[in-house]
Each structure stands twice: as structure tokens, then as C-alpha cells.
Design a binder for this molecule. Structure first.
Ligand SMILES: Nc1ncnc2c1ncn2[C@@H]1O[C@H](COP(=O)(O)OP(=O)(O)OP(=O)(O)O)[C@@H](O)[C@H]1O
Ligand SMILES: [Mg+2]
Length: 393
């Protein structure tokens, strides 16, 4: 792991790659029949009445990365209801981690309508298998009103949030998680069957141990950088301290060498076979880790903080993530802030605008009223969203 002190020297490094969309088109996507916009790297402000389609645009962008997007929607729910079953498609031209690229994604119309919908992904016109490849090109971080429940929700919500933070730092994280989960499902399946094959189980546990140690390491690494950035931030937003606790993370945090952690995890998996077989799932591993966030000044766990404090803590984490990305990984992710600005007082709004401009991130922000974005007039591109069209203003 690189030393934070050393890395901090490059704090204002200017050669970070700034990710940005240059065009976005939506087809049969929720309330959009067909819409296309061209944008530059500056912040984008989307205004419009309730139900106009602002969040839908952010959702479309979020589907350019692995996973189910900001709404975690069922693929078929995204199909425009007025397009009588035609699959949705999102296409974008963007500056990605590896330069200019064209990304297309949508519901795969080849999939039988039996609830096993698949997402089709194309990169530069070529259909690719799976979605992990997207993480090698594009990184986004987002904050939505639904995420305000994050600290109240199950452990899996917090873990997914951390994993999303890691994606933009470590493009291999998504494929490692896939590999880990695949091996785990196979292991569960074999343990459930009566024909447990010890060699095959050994091999699967080896994969779980290797990928698991790497997953835990990447989470700790990301969290360390974000915490460090938050501590040094001059912003007035409350400072958060993020922790990630789990069997493998705890071993690494104690200073155990990665190879030894792998061995230990493998050993524990092997010993847990009969217990796991009995319970029908894998009881211990990086799929069970939990996020703990503390409001530093109050020394209060986030789930006990007020709604307003929780919102501010999340925003402070997301901004630190963007800044840390630029600093240590030389990638400035695209930021999506849905309805975030409305909750901030005027001073904090200006602080937010200044911060995103300084980071240089293409930040997409929504709000019902353009007055919420006073102070950004000369720096942002404004669009009015209404009834399925997106009009520059
Ligand atoms: N599959 C679909 N087909 C057609 N319309 C849909 C579909 N899914 C959602 N919608 C509609 O899209 C509209 C816009 O939703 P969206 O959440 O983007 O609005 P918004 O501008 O963010 O509003 P708010 O300010 O209330 O957050 C809603 O009226 C919703 O009913
Ligand atoms: Mg909305």
C-alpha cells in the first residue's frame, strides 16, 4: 500500500483523467421515447417539475457502470410503458479511463420473458459478456434521496455503497466480486448436494480466498484514502470516519500479510463446510462485511445522527471520494447528485459548487427550480426537462 504521506505530495496533480460524457441518448427509457443531448465537461444542471424525468436521466447515466443503477430497478420496469414492450437503450460517448469510448446498454431483447432479463452491453459497438468491463472505462459516484436510508438499512446496503466507492479506484474490483460470488454459489450448491467433491471444493475455496483477500484489501485501501481526504478537507460539511468490519478485513487491518490472510480465510472456509452445508449458505467472508460510519465531531454512529446530519455526512463522503480519486488514482469520476442541492442552505450550496468546480468533475445535479443553482450560471450547462424532452436553456 502506498504511503499516504508520500501520495499527499501529489495532491494537486494536474494530470488526473477527468471522466465526462460528451453525448447521451435515451430510447424507450421510462418517460423518454427518444432523447439526445450533447454536453461538455462542465457541471450539468437539470431542472423541471416533479415527475418531469430528471432522475430518469441520472438513472440512465448510472447504467453505464456495472450493476443495477441508482434505482436498482428491474430491467423490464425501465422499458417505456408507452413503447409496448420495446427494450430500453442508453448510449453515450464519453471520455473514459482509457480515452474516448462509446458505451451502449439496454435490456437484451433476446432474453425470454421469464423474469431472467439480461442487460446487453456494447463497448465501441462490440457486444461484451458481463458488465465488469464497464468499470475499466467509466466511473461514477452518486448520491440520491434513497441513499439517505443507507445508515438505517441492512449491512448489505452499506457494503454495496463501499464497493461502489471502490469501483472508481480499482477497476478490477467488480470482476473480483463476480468471481468471488460465483465461486461461493458453486460451493453452496456442492455443499447442498450429496456428492461433495473435496477437490472441487478446495479449488472453489482457493478462489474465494484469493479474490476475498483482494476485495477486502481494496475496500480498506479506498476507505483509508477517503478518510484521509475527509480529515484534510476545508469544507464545513461534517466529517465522517468510515470503517469496514468483516472477517477478512479485520485480519488485514491487524497487519496480517495478505498471503497469510488468504491462507487463514481458506482454512476457515474448509472448517466451516459442515456448518455452511447445514445452513445452506456461506456464513463467513467478505460478502458479510459491514460498514460503520462515525460523525467525528459528535463521536456518534451515523445511524443515530439526525436526517440532516446523515445527508451531510453522505455528501462529505461522496465529495471526498471524488477528490481522493483525482489525487491518488488520477481519475476524476462523474458525479450524480439527485435532489441534493435543495437540502443545503445557501452557504453550503456555494461551498458545494466551488468544490465540484475545483475537483473538475462533470457533476450532474437535479432540482425543481433553477434558482437553487444560483452561483453556477457561468460554470454549468442548464437543461430544462419536461415530458420526455431535454432542452438546453
Ligand atoms: N417505465 C416507465 N415508462 C414510462 N414512464 C415511466 C416509467 N417509469 C417511470 N416513469 C415516469 O417517469 C416520470 C419521471 O420520473 P423521474 O423520477 O425522473 O421524475 P423527476 O423529474 O426526477 O421528479 P421529482 O422532482 O419528483 O424527483 C414519472 O412521472 C414516472 O411515472
Ligand atoms: Mg427525481
Amino acid at each position: 500500500m502506498e504511503s499516504l504521506e508520500l501520495a499527499a505530495i501529489t495532491e494537486h496533480n494536474t494530470n488526473a483523467r477527468v471522466l465526462s460524457l460528451t453525448s447521451l441518448s435515451l430510447n424507450n427509457f421510462r418517460n423518454y421515447h427518444s432523447a439526445r443531448i450533447e454536453i461538455n465537461a462542465a457541471p450539468v444542471v437539470l431542472t423541471g417539475r416533479n415527475g418531469a424525468g430528471k432522475t430518469n436521466i441520472l438513472e440512465a447515466i448510472s447504467l453505464l457502470t456495472p450493476g443495477r443503477g441508482i434505482r436498482r430497478a428491474k430491467l423490464s420496469d425501465i422499458d417505456s410503458q408507452s413503447a409496448s414492450g420495446l427494450p430500453w437503450v442508453v448510449a453515450a460517448n464519453l471520455y473514459g479511463m482509457q480515452g474516448e469510448v462509446k458505451i451502449g446498454t439496454g435490456r437484451d431483447s433476446q432474453t425470454p420473458d421469464d423474469g431472467t432479463d439480461k442487460r446487453m452491453v456494447k463497448i465501441d459497438g462490440k457486444v461484451i459478456r458481463g458488465q465488469s468491463e464497464l468499470a475499466r472505462h467509466f466511473a461514477i459516484i452518486w448520491l440520491t434521496p434513497q441513499m439517505e436510508q443507507l445508515f438505517q438499512e441492512s449491512a448489505s446496503a452499506g457494503r454495496k455503497f463501499i464497493d461502489r466507492l471502490v469501483y472508481s479506484f480499482d477497476p478490477e474490483h467488480a470482476s473480483r466480486i463476480n468471481e468471488y460470488e460465483y465461486a461461493m454459489r458453486e460451493r453452496n450448491r456442492i455443499l447442498q448436494s450429496n456428492r461433495a467433491d473435496a477437490y472441487w471444493l478446495d479449488a472453489l475455496e482457493q478462489t474465494m480466498a484469493e479474490t476475498g483477500a483482494a476485495i477486502a484489501q481494496a475496500r480498506l485501501h479506498t476507505v483509508e484514502h477517503i478518510n484521509h481526504t475527509i480529515l484534510r478537507s476545508p469544507l464545513s460539511f461534517p466529517k465522517a470516519d468510515i470503517g469496514i468490519a468483516g472477517m477478512v478485513e479485520d485480519l488485514l487491518a491487524k497487519g496480517t500479510a495478505a498471503v497469510a490472510v488468504e491462507e487463514e480465510f481458506k482454512h476457515r472456509l474448509r472448517n466451516a463446510r459442515s456448518l455452511d452445508a447445514a445452513s445452506g449458505r456461506t456464513l463467513g467472508g467478505v460478502h458479510r462485511s459491514e460498514m460503520n460510519v462515525i460523525h467525528i465531531k459528535k463521536q456518534m454512529p451515523a445511524h443515530l445522527c439526525s436526517t440532516g446530519e446523515q445527508k451531510a455526512l453522505l455528501l462529505s463522503i461522496v465529495l471526498a471520494q471524488a477528490r481522493a480519486g483525482a489525487q491518488w488514482h488520477r481519475v476524476v469520476p462523474v458525479i450524480l447528485l439527485d435532489e441534493v442541492v435543495a437540502h443545503l442552505d445557501a452557504t453550503r450550496r456555494l461551498e458545494l459548487f466551488e468544490e465540484i468546480c475545483q475537483i473538475g468533475a462533470q457533476t450532474w445535479m437535479t432540482g425543481t427550480d433553477s434558482t437553487l443553482f444560483t452561483g453556477l450560471e457561468k460554470k454549468a450547462q442548464y437543461y430544462q426537462v419536461d415530458g420526455g424532452s431535454i432542452i438546453p436553456t
